[in-house]
Every structure is written in C-alpha cells, then in structure tokens.
Design a binder for this molecule. Structure first.
Ligand code: AMP
Ligand code: ZN
Length: 500
C-alpha cells in the first residue's frame, strides 16, 4: 500500500472554503501551479512565506509517493502597477529608472530570487516558465476568446467581457465577490474608457510608442495581460484542468478569479480542482509589503541589520518560525518570535544529530514503549495529511525529540524498544525533518552570531600580536583552521577570514 493511500491528504479548497480529501486527476500524480514572483525587485520575507508553503506541499506529496509536477512561473512582463489594467509595467518602469534593458532587470532579480530560495532550502520547481517565453500562446488564447465572443478589441487592446461570461458562469466564484458590487466599486483609472465595463480586464495591452517591452500581434504591437500569462503557463504544462493552483491570499482577486474566468471560457472546463492560498506574513498586524515600507529582506535578517532585530537569524530558524503556524493563518513577524523559533529549531536539530547515531538491536522490547514510539511516528503523517498542518507536526516532532533525549540520557533504554518500532520512529523523524519540512543544519556562514564570534576571536588575535603573545595568536589561527575557517594576514596587521 502506498503511503498516500494510507494517509490520504485533506486540504482546504479556497473554491469551496471547505476541507476536502485530495483526489488526483491521474492516480499517483499531482500537477501543481504556483504564481511566481514578478522579478522587478528583491523578494522579501512575505514572498518567502508563500513559496515555503508550496515547497512543503510539493515535498509532502513526493514523500507520500506521488509523482509531482510543480510549475512555478517567473512574471517578466505584463504585471502593471497596483495590479491594475492601467499604469506602467513594473519591469519596464524599473528598466526605465535604472537605464537598463528590461531583460537585465529580469535576469538580476531572477538570480536574486533563486539565491534566496536556495538559502531557505526551498526546492526548485519542476518547470519554471517565463511569461515572455509564451507570447504566442497568449496571443492564441486571446484570439480564441475573441472568436467565442467573450472578449473585444478596443483601441489596440483586448479585454475580457466579464458581464457576458457571467451570463453563463459565475464570475466571483473564488473570491465571493458580487459582480454588481464590483461594477459599483471599480476604480476610475486612466484608459478606463477603453473598457466597456470597469470590471473587464486586459488580455492584451496596446504598447504606447515609447513602451519598450512589445511584441507584434493581430491587434498591433503590445504585450500580454498579467492574468492570461498564468492561464497559459499552467495549462500548457499541466493540462486544461489540473490538480492544484496556489499563491498568496492577496492573489485571489482579481488575479485568480480572472484565471478561472479565462480558463473556463477558453476550454469550457474549470481549470483547477483545488485552489490553495497561503496567508500573509504581517508586521505589527499589517501585511508585509515593499510598498508599505515594512518589508524585510532576507539579507537584513541574516546580518541582523534591521532596526526591529537584536541580532542576525539563520534561514533555518526563520524557516522553522514560518512552519510553526498553519499556512492558512496570518503570521506576525517579531524579534521575540524569532528568538523562540531559533531555540525550538536547535532542539529539533540536536535530536536529529543524536538519532542518526542510534541503532536498536533486534530485541523484542517492551510492548508499551514500542507502541508509544510507533504512535508518534504515525502522528507525523496524520498531522501533515490533515491540511499540511506543519504546526501540529512540529509539536509531534518535539515529543519525539524528548524521547530521543530520553534514549540519550538512558531514561529509556534502546533495549526497551522493538527493533522495527525504533526503525520506523527513526526513519520518520529523519524523513519529516529533512525531506518534508526541509530543516537541515544551519549553514553557519549565514549565522550572525557566528560572524560576531569570529570577529571577536580575530580582535583577540590582533591584541595577542600587539602584546607579542605569538603562541596565543598562532593557537587562535590554528584552532579556527581546524573548524574550517582560514584566517589570512594582510598588510599592517589586517586580518581577513574565509570558510574553506
Ligand atoms: P509578487 O511578486 O508581489 O507577485 O508576490 C509573489 C508572491 O508572494 C505572491 O504569491 C504573493 O501573494 C506573495 N506575497 C506577497 N506579500 C506577501 C506577504 N506579506 N505574506 C505572504 N505572501 C506574500
Ligand atoms: Zn499567477
């Protein structure tokens, strides 16, 4: 029996608002699409939370034995300011301000994004398509919607006709919004007069003469709308209807609502079976966002240079901090919460080091103790299969860590454990820590505490030299070398160090 049959996954489908048992379209295979970043600035910790949520989802499905095709795109054109249909393209604007080619902006921030994902041990997706690589497909689907009478051309742009679509379908099915209310509340934007109704959204935008990112189309030079990009890239690699679509909660409307409308209009089928939304990382209760000026960059966090922090934190402590809450709840960022998370993370990682070295013999052991160890192993699966409840899984792992410490101290003897019960326990602890939750030994280079400690030792070595205490100076250098830290002596007594 496959693990996914033994521990069926339930998830909260944003479409129905209910917890549902996941049923794959193709048995044993999960197709998942997640909206990737718009690569015009550095990713902040809020973005990291969302990508971490779906990293866990992909990891857990794989751990259960599913084959997972995880598609996460790069938005490199078409995302206009304020998520609206008017205003400047975010990437084109950055390129204009920095006097760069738009693709220079895209390359720079895509690499930065990948680096941050690596630091947090967020695994790469199976496919990472970019919007500019799929212009032809976007033109084709726009033409398809025009042919079906669900879109119209206006002044070289193409808009989706929401009212017409809503006559036969439900626009607002995901966000729960009411079309009449939306008509009333639509903001007055420039170019609004191009649209028949405020609620209509762009599939293709005409490029003004000075617009740098442009492609020829049947409607003149232009560029694709943001929503159509995701419809094209998800269905191209996952099929017209696929299993899971994810993203941050803030993308539900208009982005995902529009994806449902376009996809359904183009193929006659709903594009997605399960919509999953990750809740926001907040600071003092307010969504973390670049525009609100309350965002943290990962590097500020590692170095501890942000005014809200009293020291630097490594990516694994932050990863642990984020996993302590369920993905559907908001999570508030604070120095205190990070301090507590760092302690918790260290407890679990210490236990990981210990259990890796333990082996139980073939002794039959005590039935009661063995049963307890088996129950804890199964609880890990049960909590994760219950809507990816990482918070509850961590609570189980803490219980397991306490048992591991008991084994280490001798409070419980390995001989009290049945060999197979211990093997299951060990495999589960290691598997959930490493493969499912992606928690690993902190890479020390990123740890602000370590940097501070090395700086201190180097200062002491400088002092030893000034005092002509060469024995101590050499000892500090040699001992650091044994730890893999190479101290180099420069001119005028300067010292630098590097990790070997
Ligand atoms: P963007 O590049 O702004 O489109 O954002 C990339 C992803 O990060 C999207 O899925 C957003 O929903 C998500 N996101 C943005 N801000 C936050 C936040 N404060 N907390 C969690 N996720 C966020
Ligand atoms: Zn998207």
């Amino acid at each position: 029996m496959k693990l996914f049959e033994r521990y069926p996954v339930s998830l909260t489908n944003s479409l129905t608002g209910k917890k549902e048992i996941f049923k794959a379209i193709t048995p044993g295979f999960v197709g998942m699409y997640v909206c990737g970043p718009t690569v015009y600035n550095d990713v902040h910790l809020g973005n990291v939370r969302t990508f971490l949520t779906f990293d866990i989802v992909a990891r857990y499905f794989r751990f259960l034995g599913y084959k997972v095709r995880y598609v996460r795109n790069i938005t490199d054109v078409g995302h206009l300011e304020n998520d609206a249909d008017a205003g400047e393209d975010k990437i084109a604007k950055k390129a204009r301000l920095e006097q760069l080619e738009p693709m220079e902006v895209v390359k720079y921030y895509t690499e930065g994004f990948h680096e941050v994902m690596r630091q947090f041990n967020i695994l790469p997706p199976s496919i990472e398509p970019s919007a500019t690589g799929h212009i032809l497909e976007q033109i084709n689907i726009t033409q398809n919607l025009l042919d079906k009478g669900l879109a119209y051309v206006s002044n070289g742009s193409v808009y989706f006709n929401v009212r017409k679509y809503n006559q036969t379908h439900h626009y607002g099915i995901l966000s729960g919004r009411n079309i009449e209310e939306l008509m009333e509340s639509g903001r007055d934007l420039e170019n609004q007069d191009e649209k028949r109704e405020k609620i209509d959204f762009a599939l293709w935008k005409k490029a003004s003469p000075y617009h740098i990112m442009r492609w020829p189309s049947p409607w003149g030079d232009g560029f694709p709308g943001w929503h159509i990009e995701c419809t094209v890239m998800s269905t191209k690699y996952l099929g017209e209807t696929f299993d899971i679509h994810g993203g941050g909660m803030d993308l539900k409307f208009p982005h995902h609502e529009c994806e449902i409308a376009q996809g359904t209009a183009a193929t006659g089928k709903p594009p997605v079976n399960y919509w999953l939304h990750s809740n926001m990382l907040t600071v003092n209760g307010q969504k973390m966002s670049k525009s609100l000026g309350n965002s943290f960059l990962p590097r500020e966090l590692f170095a501890g240079t942000h005014p809200l922090l009293d020291k630097g934190y490594g990516p694994m402590a932050v990863r642990f901090f984020m996993l302590q809450s369920h993905y559907s709840s908001t999570l508030d960022f604070s120095n205190e919460a990070l301090q507590a998370a760092e302690k918790g993370y260290k407890k679990l990682i210490n236990a990981l080091g210990l259990i890796k070295k333990m082996e139980a013999g073939p002794a039959p052991g005590k039935a009661e103790t063995s049963a307890e160890f088996v129950r804890l192993s199964r609880d890990c699966y049960q909590t994760m299969s219950d809507d990816f409840n990482t918070a509850k899984t961590l609570a189980v792992l803490f219980e397991m860590a306490a048992r591991i410490n008991d084994l280490k101290s001798g409070n419980t003897k390995l001989t009290e454990l049945d060999g197979t019960a211990f093997a299951e326990f060990k495999e589960t602890y290691i598997g959930f820590m490493e493969a499912v939750l992606g928690l690993q030994e902190e890479k020390e280079q990123n740890d602000g505490t370590l940097k501070g400690t090395i700086d201190l030792l180097i200062d002491l070595r400088k002092k030893a030299r000034t005092d002509k205490n060469f024995a101590l100076s050499d000892k500090i250098r040699d001992d650091l070398k044994k730890l893999g830290i190479q101290v180099k002596d420069g001119k005028d007594g300067e010292m630098t160090y590097s990790f070997e």
